[in-house]
Write a protein that binds this ligand. Sequence first.
Ligand code: DQA
Length: 158
Amino acid sequence: MKIAVIQGPNLNMLGIREQHIYGPMSLDQIHEQMKGSASQNGVELEFFQSNLEGEIVDRIQECLGTVDGILINPAAFSHTSIAIKDALSAINLPTVEVHISNIYKREEYRQKSITAGSSTGVISGFGPFGYHMGLIALTQIVSEVKAVESQKQAESAE
Ligand code: DQA
């Protein structure tokens, strides 16, 4: 199983930016931990971070036919980007949106995620551990999707 991990703007600054909100871990450290738990479950991760909306749209489009699911933190673009929402809807893969902070407890402009409407589910407020939770949820969802697909194939072959 292959999962794309897509990180939005300023997440490359984790460990430096607003540690009282996002904690002390860097993005590389978070990714290293995720790799550890993913490999134990036979999951391959492809990491991507960009500060540019169009690059994130391109990366999402590339996911079609190349990965089984997407774990995404669109960061500030969650609150603004119809383009990222549309890209997720277009490829229609199992997707979990993760926020390190609890966006519902923060400024009003962060309390709505536009992109979340194109995700299977959202995890918000559990710090970097949210990425692990998201990975567990996504692995489960992708396994279920694969099981349904192979069931259908078996039925059509009968
Ligand atoms: C964030 C929350 C966003 O509001 C913010 O712009 C981020 C990070 C989070 O992970 O908590 O950059 O997505």
